[in-house]
Ligand binder design. Structure first.
Ligand SMILES: Cc1cc2nc3c(=O)[nH]c(=O)nc-3n(C[C@H](O)[C@H](O)[C@H](O)COP(=O)(O)OP(=O)(O)OC[C@H]3O[C@@H](n4cnc5c(N)ncnc54)[C@H](O)[C@@H]3O)c2cc1C
Length: 393
């Protein structure tokens, strides 16, 4: 049995941040991960350029049963703190849209930053280690048993940090172990679902001829929540940023209302438009031609504006501004960026991320019932929750 102060399970975004912070405080840390490759999720994030935070981080951009839970951690380690780390490591970045910051040195830059910070704290790495068992120690603290290359190791530690992430992208190593450990220690779990995920349609709602077509500006609403960004038609339904965002709020059985043309009101443009022009030509000012060629077939052959009755024009406007559709489901964890639900925040102290009833046991990052919007919010949660746990382990 080897001893250390802290064992961190999961060397992803949150786990590395926690190991770096704890190690630099002088705590002896062991960082365990079953994957041989480091931080695969960071590597594939943001299309390979890692959208590492957002300038507009705010608690309202997170879903959780307790919407106040994120406040403390986000305040203790802000987006500006991570930006300062980027500068410290000589990394540069660009703001894309809506405050989203992407690393110029690609995801590898962010992975190297974290690895260097972990090494600066002297943590021991255990990549490629399978977690065999976790238990409380009779004298306090925890025991973690692992296996690596058929070699068993046992660690006794004062603090155990679970940073094993959610269920999305099992192909690169996501597992439910974090939820299982939480249950083992009696913590409640909020049911999980795929989030930031493409939505699927029933056959009758599908527009497969439109697969690959993007509408750059659309408003997608589900109940009172709405997002204004691009949407993308797929072979199975719809995707694109506005759909990924709303998917985190959507529950099976609910409908979406989509305004495919929020920048103008069609009722206002009919009176002034060229009545001799084809309807598709008039609308091509705002919508892709390929979309119009397919969508307008609903109303028969595409004709000059003057040949449409006011009733049909009204119908076309209503359908474009108020397309109501009921998704049949999501594309699931294989395509989801994150997992909604997780360790119930009522079970954790928001200032430290420690379990209220189990001293020394911490949960950070995506395994917790905190889900950020698309756009760097999830990494910021990983950095902030990892940092505060690192201060208290
Ligand atoms: C395709 C994609 C793109 C994304 N892009 C962005 C983006 O640009 N911006 C953003 O903010 N968020 C993005 N996200 C979300 C973001 O990657 C996650 O929210 C974040 O990585 C969560 O950090 P974490 O440390 O909690 O979990 P992870 O980073 O997933 O780390 C968990 C670690 O635990 C390890 N682990 C799991 N199970 C076990 C086990 N049984 N034994 C040992 N180790 C285990 C894993 O190998 C992994 O290393 C993206 C997600 C995906 C899937």
């Amino acid at each position: 049995m080897q001893r250390c102060d802290v064992v961190v399970l999961g060397a992803g975004a949150a786990g590395m941040m926690c190991a770096a912070t704890a190690g630099q405080r002088g705590r002896s840390v062991v960082l365990i991960d079953h994957s041989l490759k480091l931080a695969e999720k960071i590597r594939i994030s943001g299309g390979g350029r890692c959208n590492f935070t957002n300038l507009n981080i705010s608690p309202e951009c997170y879903l959780s049963n307790n919407p106040h839970f994120v406040k403390s951690a986000l305040k203790q380690f802000t987006q500006h703190d991570f930006i300062a780390l980027m500068y410290k490591h000589g990394l540069s970045f660009q703001e894309k849209t809506l405050g989203q910051l992407f690393c110029d040195q690609h995801s590898q830059g962010v992975i190297d930053l974290l690895k260097t910070e972990v090494d600066a704290g002297g943590a021991q790495w255990r990549q490629g280690s399978r977690i065999v068992a976790v238990a409380g120690h009779p004298d306090g603290g925890f025991v973690v048993q692992t296996e690596r290359d058929d070699q068993s190791e046992s660690w006794q530690c004062e603090s155990l940090v679970v940073a094993t992430g959610g269920l999305s992208i099992p192909q690169i190593g996501a597992t439910p172990i974090g939820y299982e450990i939480a249950k083992q220690f009696g913590l409640r779990i909020v049911p999980q679902a795929a989030a930031l995920v493409p939505l699927t349609f029933q056959a009758e709602d599908l527009w497969t001829e439109l697969a690959g077509v993007a509408i750059e500006d659309a408003i997608v609403a589900c109940g009172r929540q709405q997002f204004r960004e691009a949407i993308l038609f797929t072979h199975k339904g719809v995707s694109g940023p506005a759909i990924l965002q709303i998917s985190s709020y959507w529950q099976p059985g609910e409908s979406l209302v989509i305004d495919l043309l929020p920048s103008v009101q069609l009722a206002d443009i009919w009176p002034t438009a060229n009545r001799e022009a084809l309807l598709s030509t008039i609308l091509a000012e705002w919508l892709p031609k390929r979309f119009l060629q397919v969508w307008l077939q609903k109303y028969g052959e595409i004709k000059p504006l003057k040949q449409y009755s006011p009733k049909v024009l009204q119908q076309i406007a209503d359908d474009l501004h108020h397309w109501e559709v009921k998704p049949s489901g999501t594309q699931g964890y294989k395509k989801a960026e994150v997992t909604r639900g997780g360790v119930d925040t009522d079970e954790l102290q928001s200032k430290t991320m420690m379990a209220r009833q189990v001293p020394g046991l911490f949960f950070i990052g995506e395994v917790v019932d905190v889900t950020g919007w698309l756009g760097g919010y999830n990494f910021q949660w990983a950095w902030s929750s990892g940092y505060v746990a690192g201060l208290h382990v």
